[in-house]
Structure formats: structure tokens, C-alpha cells
Design a protein around this ligand. Sequence first.
Ligand code: GLN
Length: 434
Amino acid sequence: MAVDYNAFITEETIEGDDEGPLAGTTVAVKDNISTAGVRTTCGSEMLADYVPPYSATVVERLTDAGATVVGKTNMDEFGMGTTTETSAFGPTRNPVDPERVPGGSSGGSAAAVAAGEADVALGSDTGGSVRCPAAFCGVVGIKPTYGLVSRYGLVAYANSLEQIGPIAGTVEAAAEALDVIAGPDPNDGTTRDPRAVDGVDVGVPEGGYAAAADGDVDGMTVGVPTELFDGADERVVGTVEAAIADLEARGAETAEISLPSVEHAVQAYYVIATSEASSNLARFDGVRYGHRADSDGNWNESFAETREAFGPEVKRRILLGTYALSAGYHDKYYRKAQDAREWVRRDFEDAFADVDVIASPTMPVLPFELGESLDDPLRMYLADANTTPVNLANLPAISVPAGEADGLPVGLQLVGPKFDEAAVIRTASAVEGR
Ligand code: GLN
């Protein structure tokens, strides 16, 4: 019998148009992306029965382009996690090794692609949630520049950090999906047309992002930041270094670089993400959406009981974020985290004066065994060391399979300058061609 990886929370079909660049393609959609008429749970008991009245812009663009949605994928509750184990619908298993996690929070999306249950999937990446599961499942995941892809219809976790991104078996297939979902949306005022952004001389290549997947890295400079290799599992480092050596063999130059601020990225990320989450999740009060506790008490009691439907990780983050934003501590935590965010942004900007892309391991570790990290939230947070700096700096990044270590997939992360998704797609296609 085939293994059930529990990649989907809901298996329902939304037919796409007959024609279009994605005609005949199946797509799995993370369950925090709204689908009209198909329940959208965010992996939470809170929204177990919530059926959105409209679809996210990205879903409309995919079905207009001919793709058929095959279901809604499992995820860490509200995107909060790195393993897909905080889902109220049980963990997803990694198709490469079913005793291990698929990564998170878009673990169901990556597992669906890795298991051949969908051609393409959508995830959302607030601090690594597209790239981490892509790395752990041995597939490709793109986190677009902030503002390239509409967030309209994405249930917010931390608005200033997150982007929806595609996951697929190849760089080209992921880039084709990005071509369809990218571009300004009147329903999301933070979206930009890359061709019209001041100070950006890159943008969309002729023939779209997919055309950039040509494997041609001759003459490119790849920055290798020591800070994103320090402390990583040596099996991961060995595999990633071998992939970078192959890029050199194909004509790329490498340059050692330093990003001193990134040692503070995880701390800054968790302060900012939990602060935004504590505010965003206030809407789940039993009045407007989803679950409502059966309470005949006053409003405060009813509110408190309703919010029992959140799992422990979500509660922890609401408490952390509320604390960080509270009057007495705002300057001590939130302001400091914003300063660190700006420092990270500048470090990347300085680095891109000398290099075209920056390469590192996507995850500093191999996929965890199921249950291994659940009791140790700090250990789980630290696994985001290499992915969170990219969200803090609003940059584009990709995770591409670099090879295997002990039979487990290792992902290589490539980060590019703002709106230069073409550079990371091009370099990743060379890694994939090894
Ligand atoms: N692991 C990170 C977190 O738990 C990233 C999550 C995400 O990108 N949605 O916040």
C-alpha cells in the first residue's frame, strides 16, 4: 500500500481554464491561501470549518493560466514552525524518509510535489517556510522579493516579512509558476512592477523568469558568506561546498564575503514575526471568523475560551509578541529588532556591490526525525538561521537540491539583489544540472 504522507488537509479540485501556459498542470495550495468554496484552515482548529468567500489573487492567476488545484496542503499552524508538526491535522511525513519531517511550515506543499501528488505547489515564506521544506524534501522552492507576488487572500502571519512562492520538481517549473503569479495586484498595495522600481535595473527577463533557467553562470560572481556556514552540520557543508565548486567549474567565480549582522537575524526575526502575529491573530475572537466557544459568560470569558482553539506554539508566539510590543518593552525589543533588520538589509546591499548572488546551505541541519524538535522550540527557531535574514532584507531566494548526505536531501540557498529573481533562477539551474 502506498504511504499516506498526510500532505493534504483537504482534497478538493478547482478546475482551471482549458488553455494557458499551465494547462494540464496540477497545483497544490498551502492551506493559508484562500480558495473560494474550499475550506482554508491554516492548519488550525480555529479555522477547521472556515470556507472563504473569495480566492487569493495567486489562485485566480493559476487557474486562469490553466492549472487545476488538487487540494489544500498541510502546514504548521498559521505558518508557525519548521517541521509541519504544529498542524492541528497531524504531521506530514517526508516522502524521502517517512520517519522524518518534511520541513515547514509549507511541509505539505513540498511533500505533495516530492511524492508526485502535484506538479507544482504554493507555499508561503515568512522566515523560510518555502525554502526549508523544499530543502528537506529534495525539491525547488522560490521565495520572491517582497512585493513581487500578491498577498491578497493569504491569511497573514507577519505581513512585513512574507511572500507566497512556488515549489516544484525543477527550477524551470518553479519559475514558470512564478511567471504566472508575479506582478502588481490592485488588491495588494505592497505589490510592485519590478520594471518600474527606482534603483532597480534588473527585472523580468525577456521570455519570463523560466527563460532564465538556462544554466549559464559563466562570468557570474557567487558570494560565499562565512557566517552562513559556521555552525552548520558538516555533512550539509560538504555537500553545499561541492555544489559551489561545480559552479566554479562552469565558469562562475566565487568570493568569500562577510555578513556580520546575520548572527542577530534569528532573534530579530522572532521579535518582529511574533509582534506582527500577535496583532494579526487578534481577529480570531469568535465573532468574525471560525471557531466560537460555547460560553454564556461575558465577552472577555468568551474571547478567552474561543482562543483555547489555538495550539501551544501559536499561544507561545502571541504571548511573546504581545510582550515585545507592550508599552514598557517596546523600545527594548521591537525597536531593537527593527534596527537589526535595517543592519541586515545594509549588509546584503553592501555585499551585492561585489557579487551577483550569495550561496549557502538553506538549512544548517538535515531533516529532523518526527517528534525530535517538538519539545525544544529554541532549537527549532535556530534552524531558521540562514533563511530569516533574507526575509528581513526583503530579498529573492531559492532553495535547490545540492545533493544528498547520508541519503537525505541537502538544499543550497541562493540569494539575489532586490527583484533579481532571474539571477537566483539562473544560478540554481546550473546547480541542478550537476
Ligand atoms: N520557521 C519560521 C517560523 O516558524 C518560518 C515560518 C514561515 O516562514 N512561515 O516562524
